[in-house]
Every structure is written in C-alpha cells, then in structure tokens.
Write a protein that binds this ligand. Structure first.
Ligand SMILES: Cc1cc2nc3c(=O)[nH]c(=O)nc-3n(C[C@H](O)[C@H](O)[C@H](O)COP(=O)(O)OP(=O)(O)OC[C@H]3O[C@@H](n4cnc5c(N)ncnc54)[C@H](O)[C@@H]3O)c2cc1C
Ligand SMILES: *[C@@H]1O[C@H](CO)[C@@H](O)[C@H](O)[C@H]1NC(C)=O
Ligand SMILES: *[C@@H]1O[C@H](CO)[C@@H](O)[C@H](O)[C@H]1NC(C)=O
Ligand SMILES: *[C@@H]1O[C@H](CO)[C@@H](O)[C@H](O)[C@H]1NC(C)=O
Ligand SMILES: *[C@@H]1O[C@H](CO)[C@@H](O)[C@H](O)[C@H]1NC(C)=O
Ligand SMILES: *[C@@H]1O[C@H](CO)[C@@H](O)[C@H](O)[C@H]1NC(C)=O
Ligand SMILES: *[C@@H]1O[C@H](CO)[C@@H](O)[C@H](O)[C@H]1NC(C)=O
Length: 531
C-alpha cells in the first residue's frame, strides 16, 4: 500500500492545479519509505536553515553493540545509568523523552549490550529553532515531504506529546530570551515579562527576582514556562494566589501551521489566544514567546512535614493524612498551596507555602495535624473525605504512589481561556504513579493497564463529571476529550481546524488527534485509512 501513497504524491507533483481535489496520503511518510527524503535532500534542507539540523543518536547507544551506531562504551554506559533519572540528561538533548515508556525499550541502557538499539521509536531529526524563519522553513519542508512534526521544548511531557517515531522535532529549548516590560492593554496594565519558549522555571524565577518580582512557574524548576506548561494549564506554589499559569499570559508570539508569524492576544486572533491558554501544547501553533504577568515579591511562609507510618496502625496513618488534607483547605482558600505525597509507608508535605502569610499563621493551620500526630488518636473530622481516603488507601495498597496538590485556582475571577473548567472548582489535583521497571516491558504494560482500568476509575467514581489535568493525565485515558478538556472541546476542535486545517501538529490526546492513529511500528496514519 506504500505504492498508493507514492502515487498520490506523484500526482500532486505533476498536477498542482488540482491539488485541492485530491485527498492527502493516508499516512505520514516514514523512514524507509520511498517518499522519505534522500541524504542529499536532508543536507540541502540543513543548509537552508544555517546548519541547525540535528540527527538523533539515542543516548543509550553507548550501552549497545548494535551496528547502527557502533558506539558501545562500557564506561560511558555506566556513567549514563547513574544520571538517567535526572531531567537534565534528557532536556539538554533535542530528542530524548523523559518518560522512558516512549522509547519502547530501544537503546535501553539497563538491558544487555546485545539488546535492540535503533532510532525507530524516536524522532529522526530535530531543528534547533532560533527564529520564526527556522520554523517556517521546517514546516515548508515537512509539508512538502508529508513528514510528521512534533514540537518539543524540555521533553518533560508525561504523555509522549513531545516525541514521535519518525518525526522531525521543532526544538524551541534555545529560545531563552527574556525582557521586562510594562504591559498595557484593555485587560491589564502593569509589570510583565516577555519569556522565550525555551526559558525554564528556574531561569524565569531568577530573572524576575533580580527585579524584585514574582513569576508563576511549576514546582519542578526545569519545566518550561510559556511552552507546554502554560499552554496546558500550569500549577505551582503561586496558583492559589494568582491562578494558573495559563491565566498569566497576556500575549503569545507564534508561528502558525501556515508559517505566518502572529502576535496573538485577546484583541488579535482572540480565538487562538483563548485556545493556547489551557487548550494544550503542541496543537495549534508553535509558540516562540509569551508575555507573562509578574507581581511584586512578598514574604512567604513555608513548611515541610514528613512522617513515617511503618510503625503505626494503617488506619491511624490514613486518618492523619485525611485530617491534614481537610485541615489545609482554609490555607489554600487564603492563597496557599500544599504539595503532598504518599509513598509506601511515608507521608510528606513538600512543601506547604502561604505567600504573604506569616510563620505563625502557617503554624496555627498545621497545629491540629501536628497535635494529632503527637496523640496518635483519631479526632473528629468535619469534612467528610472518608470515601476519597478509602479509595486512596486501596490505591496505595496496589503499590501506587499518590501525590496531591491542594490549591484553589479560582479565588480571583479567572480570565476567559481554555483551561479545563474542572480546575475552577477543584480543591485537590491527585496524581497517581506506578513504578517503572527498566528491564521488564511486560511488567510496565501490566502496570499501565492497572492504572487505566482499575486505579484511576476508583477515583473517577468519586468525582463524576470532574476532569484531569491534561499535562499530568493518563495517556491511555479512554475518555480524554471530556476528561482533559471538558465542555471546551468542541470550540477547541473548531479552532484547531481553523488554524491547522491539515493537522500539521499531532500529539497524543491533543485536540483533533482522534483523526489519527499511531500504528504499532510508530507510523502515523489517518484513522480509518485501513493501510
Ligand atoms: C518532574 C516533573 C514535574 C512536573 N511538575 C509540574 C508542576 O509543578 N506543575 C505543572 O503544572 N506541571 C508539572 N509537570 C508537567 C509539565 O507541566 C508538563 O510536562 C509540560 O508538558 C512540560 O512542558 P515543556 O514544554 O517543558 O515540555 P515538553 O515535553 O517539551 O512539551 C510539552 C508539550 O508542549 C508542547 N510544546 C513544547 N514547546 C512548545 C512550543 N514552543 N510551542 C507549542 N507547543 C509546545 C509539546 O508539543 C508537548 O505537547 C511536571 C512534569 C514533570 C516530568
Ligand atoms: C547540519 O549542518 C551542520 C553545519 O554544517 C552540521 O554540523 C550538522 O551535522 C548537519 N546536520 C546533519 C543532520 O547532517
Ligand atoms: C542550538 O542553537 C543554540 C543557539 O541558538 C546553540 O547555542 C546550541 O549549541 C545549539 N545546540 C545544538 C545541540 O546544536
Ligand atoms: C462519610 O461518607 C461515608 C462514605 O460515603 C459514609 O459511609 C459515612 O457515613 C459518612 N460519614 C459522615 C460523618 O457523614
Ligand atoms: C476558593 O476560594 C473562594 C474564595 O475564597 C471560595 O469562594 C471558593 O469556594 C473556593 N473554591 C474551592 C474549590 O474551594
Ligand atoms: C523488574 O522485573 C524483573 C523481572 O520481572 C524483576 O526481577 C525485577 O526485580 C523488577 N525490578 C524492579 C525494580 O521492580
Ligand atoms: C516497539 O517494539 C516492538 C517489539 O520489539 C516492535 O514490534 C514495534 O515496532 C516497536 N515500535 C516502535 C514505535 O518502535
């Protein structure tokens, strides 16, 4: 059937006048296909973008004797294994996904040297983006050759949205520029920062701090700011005080699927502005930068709390956790955020913060939990969170890690954007995790199924009609349109079709992705094309 694909391409080349009347090929061109550009074509393309084309060499190739790379080096491999779990190992590359699941165990450093090592599951090339022109030229090239395109910044994505077999990556990580400014528009007048798409949380915080300002970033300092994080919603320690990261963006600078450089704001392209703020990364356009609100710095009270439940009755352990989570609600309604986790027999709050608050205020809120811990008795709980905590307890019994972020992101009137409406009346975002086995894919597949079919449904049963954070959801979520986007889905879908009518940008669980299927070998095809 690759034959049919070639035939259609051939017709397009010869008869440009009737292009519109032909259906586009059913699958994206895949490495090895006749339509795949020759070495010369890649090299010519590289020259047009100033030598910014990077080809993929999987990090783990130093651990394998595979002929494809011939890079086996036992010592380099041992070093690689020690840094493998660190985000920087992956975000400094243009291609390595942080979530090992999406490498399909190829070039897996934890397997023996003779285990398979190929680029098959990875993106094939990356363009190290420095300007709108690089993006435009890349889109023209991938469009001409019908090649899959993926947008990547740091590669933190949990759902595999910044990677894709046989794709070309638009890598925005080196767009590191920042600028302080005073922004004036009908909706906001005040201090702001222009933040390049490649700027990471720690860099933005340092730049804001140098001007005595606060900027909203994630709890993990190495994720981006104006890339997938803000475009997907974005929470962090300041979210109860100022709202979500998507709520802070005043303006986007993007390159559209058609290659146009656009300034996007509530006044200019308001539909695209709305979609980019919360409607998911990698979907509507390539963001080069965003203008983000900043706030005067203020004193912040912060605390951590950890306790070990291995020596206590599990009932007491879970009652104390339940007590904490209920007792913390007034803190989040007062502008605080608590990040907490249950990992095996230990509970930890890392941290709880109350911006603008004092040590005494925070202490008084935590007092009752601390007393409870001291007494080891079960007090009267005035909110009924029993059902939630019995579900969490059953999930923990299945060896899952539970983490929660308690926050209130609608203390102030949220702007009109595409953030999942479920955020606005939630008190906790609960994330579940199962451990990843680096050497046994079958175990991982089994755990992933447990997550989708058993663990998450136990929570979904308790929160009918609610949703999940699209950046921290399950990539196998069967009902993702409703769960990740809520009632915004139809409008987002219309905006997707308007700005990206040819589906240049595909990402798993992104708006419009139901039109495509990723085959077992990674080939991306139109759904129903049957090839
Ligand atoms: C360890 C860890 C901690 C985390 N902590 C938090 C947290 O505290 N708060 C929170 O809200 N989230 C958190 N997340 C989730 C995080 O928000 C997402 O992983 C997010 O997708 C990261 O965005 P990125 O652009 O840095 O990553 P990438 O993986 O590079 O990209 C993510 C998505 O955005 C798209 N994208 C990237 N760059 C662009 C661009 N320039 N233009 C258009 N689309 C783009 C990609 O196509 C992809 O769909 C965490 C994730 C990890 C792994
Ligand atoms: C692109 O060109 C640059 C500069 O000549 C070169 O260093 C780089 O290796 C080339 N990329 C590819 C994929 O060949
Ligand atoms: C990408 O480009 C930036 C400059 O824009 C440069 O500093 C960096 O070294 C390049 N990275 C790679 C891997 O080519
Ligand atoms: C709390 O909810 C549980 C389960 O929904 C119920 O069994 C219990 O009676 C409730 N307790 C109170 C005090 O309302
Ligand atoms: C968030 O705080 C506001 C104002 O303090 C309150 O009205 C609202 O009910 C809170 N939302 C949630 C989900 O607790
Ligand atoms: C991974 O799976 C293998 C084989 O099933 C098992 O021996 C090993 O202990 C597991 N490792 C972890 C960290 O769970
Ligand atoms: C993943 O691995 C399986 C088994 O080796 C293989 O059949 C499949 O083609 C691979 N998929 C990708 C995307 O590499």
């Amino acid at each position: 059937m690759a034959q049919a694909t070639r035939l259609v391409l051939f017709l397009i080349t010869l008869l440009p006048g009737i292009q519109a009347g032909l259906s586009s090929p059913s699958c994206r061109c895949f490495p090895g296909d006749a339509c795949w550009p020759s070495v010369k074509q890649w090299s010519d393309f590289n020259a047009t973008i100033g030598g910014r084309l990077i080809s993929t060499t999987p990090l783990g190739s130093v651990c394998h004797t595979s002929k494809a790379f011939g890079a086996y080096d036992a010592r380099a491999c041992a070093d690689l294994k020690t840094v493998w779990p660190l985000p920087a190992t992956h975000y400094e590359t243009a291609w390595s996904p942080m979530q090992a699941w999406f490498t399909n165990f190829s070039c897996n450093p934890f397997l023996p040297p003779d285990a398979p090592c190929t680029t098959d599951p990875f993106v094939r090339y990356a363009v190290n983006v420095s300007s709108a022109v690089d993006v435009r030229k890349t889109l023209a090239f991938t469009s001409r050759h019908n090649i899959r395109v993926v947008i990547r910044n740091t590669g933190h994505d949990y759902l595999g949205k910044s990677t894709g077999p046989g794709a070309v990556v638009l890598w925005t990580y080196h767009l590191k520029h920042m600028e302080s400014l005073h922004y004036t528009s009908p909706v906001y007048s005040g201090p702001a920062m222009r933040v390049g798409a490649g700027v990471q949380g720690f860099e933005a915080m340092a730049a804001a701090h140098a001007r005595n300002k606060l900027i909203l970033t994630g709890n993990c300092p190495t994720i981006g700011v104006t890339s997938g994080y803000s475009q997907g919603g974005g929470h962090g320690q300041l979210a109860s005080l100022f709202g979500l990261a998507a709520d802070q963006i005043l303006e986007w600078e993007v390159v559209s699927a058609a290659g146009e450089l656009l300034t996007v704001s509530p006044e200019k392209h308001p539909d695209l502005y709305w979609a980019l703020a919360g409607g998911g990364g990698g979907t509507y356009a390539v963001v080069l930068s965003g203008v983000v609100k900043v706030y005067p710095e203020r004193r912040t009270a912060t605390a951590t709390l950890t306790f070990d439940g291995s020596e206590v009755d599990p009932r007491v352990f879970w009652d104390v956790i339940q007590h904490f989570v209920v007792a913390v609600l007034p803190v989040v309604d007062a502008g605080g955020v608590a990040v907490w986790a249950v990992i095996e027999d230990s509970f930890s709050v890392t941290p709880i913060t109350l911006p603008g608050g004092t040590r005494e205020q925070l202490q008084s809120h935590l007092q009752s939990t601390v007393e409870l811990l001291k007494r080891h008795k079960i007090p009267y709980v005035n909110h009924n969170a029993t059902a939630l905590f019995s579900a969490l307890r059953s999930i923990a019994a299945d060896d899952a890690v539970i983490s929660g972020i308690s926050m209130n992101v609608s203390r102030t009137q949220p702007p009109n954007n595409a953030v999942n409406p479920a955020w606005r009346n939630s008190a906790i975002s609960v994330t579940l995790g199962t451990t990843y086995n680096y050497t046994d894919r079958a175990v991982d597949v089994q755990r992933q199924e447990l997550m989708t079919k058993e663990l998450l449904p136990r929570l979904e049963l308790l929160t009918p009609g609610s949703g999940a954070y699209l950046n921290e959801g399950d990539f196998n979520q069967p009902d993702w349109q409703r769960v990740f986007y809520g009632r915004n889905y139809p409008r987002l879908e219309a905006i997707k079709v308007r700005y990206d009518p040819r589906d240049m940008f595909y990402a798993r669980t992104a708006v419009g992705s139901e039109r495509w299927v990723e085959r077992k070998d990674g080939r991306l095809c139109r759904r129903g094309s049957g090839i």
